[in-house]
Ligand binder design. Structure first.
Ligand SMILES: NC(=O)c1ccc[n+]([C@@H]2O[C@H](COP(=O)([O-])OP(=O)(O)OC[C@H]3O[C@@H](n4cnc5c(N)ncnc54)[C@H](O)[C@@H]3O)[C@@H](O)[C@H]2O)c1
Length: 248
């Protein structure tokens, strides 16, 4: 990954999946450019990655913000080679209320931040991306199954996975690939918003092939593979990195 510049979006703290991706990328020689949602997140990002890293503000809920962020990245670093999109959000009421009670605003916000943002980010990133570039997002098994309490996020992930396939078609002629990693459940800040999340984590652990949940390193290694030229034949795909939970 020497000489490759990869934008990593979504490091909130040392438990973040994005942090697992960033570490693996850096260990393999890539230069990582971090984005953060707001000033509060910048503080925890700095605590996690250190002050010497390149960081750019990017709130994916706002199109201008996304455009500006990638323009700033281009000014500071020139063209990039990849993006890891590890961003999602649904408000507590929407997540906890069950799908039947989902309100229009809650639906809109979850889809906007967790799914539409990949489209906005792909558009802005592809303008400054070298040929052979790669975009990867994070999804979860609740997109194709009705996992207890995953609720609205499952619907947003289904839209996200479909977006991956269509974006892969749109960006194919530019030789940019778009994929997703379907990660096993792990305790992160985002997961604590899910009702009875410890049950979800336990259920997931019980369904792995060896009783151990997937690690940040394992997800980071697959993200690095997807950013690397080793995966040039893979696009529009969902790669499960969940220790076999999806086999059940
Ligand atoms: N933790 C799991 O079990 C699991 C499993 C599969 C997939 N995922 C997915 O992995 C991705 C990363 O989540 P995580 O579990 O590492 O949690 P996390 O809380 O560490 O990361 C979520 C990130 O989303 C960012 N974010 C939210 N709204 C944003 C906005 N408007 N603009 C910019 N950034 C925003 C947050 O700042 C945070 O950094 C998410 O897409 C999540 O759905 C998580």
């Amino acid at each position: 990954m020497q000489g490759k510049k990869i934008v990593v979006m979504g490091v909130a703290n040392s438990r973040s999946i994005a942090w697992g991706c960033a570490r693996a990328l850096e260990e393999n020689g890539a230069e990582v450019i971090y984005t953060y949602q707001n000033d509060r997140m910048k503080k925890s990002l700095t605590r996690t990655v250190g002050e010497d890293k390149s960081m750019v503000a990017c709130d994916v809920a706002d199109d201008d913000n996304v455009t500006k962020a990638f323009e700033e990245i281009h000014e500071k670093h020139g063209n990039i080679d990849g993006v890891i999109h590890a961003v999602a959000f649904a408000d507590k009421e929407t997540l906890e209320g069950g799908v039947l009670n989902t309100k229009r605003d809650g639906y809109r916000m979850a889809q906007d931040i967790s799914s539409y943002s990949l489209i906005a980010v792909s558009r802005a990133a592809s303008r400054i991306m070298n040929e052979g570039g790669s975009i990867a997002t994070l999804t979860y098994f609740g997109s194709t199954r009705a996992i207890p309490n995953y609720n609205m996020m499952g619907i947003a992930k289904a839209a996200l996975e479909s977006s991956v396939r269509y974006l892969a078609r749109d960006l194919g002629p530019q030789k940019i690939r778009v994929n997703s990693i379907s990660a096993g459940a792990m305790k992160t800040l985002a997961v604590t918003g899910i009702k009875e999340h410890s049950k979800l984590l336990q259920l997931s652990r019980d369904l792995t092939v060896d009783g151990n949940e997937v690690t940040l390193e394992e997800i980071g290694n697959v993200a690095t593979f997807l950013m690397s030229p080793l995966s040039t034949g893979v696009t529009g795909d969902i790669i499960y990195v969940d220790k076999g939970v999806h086999l059940s």
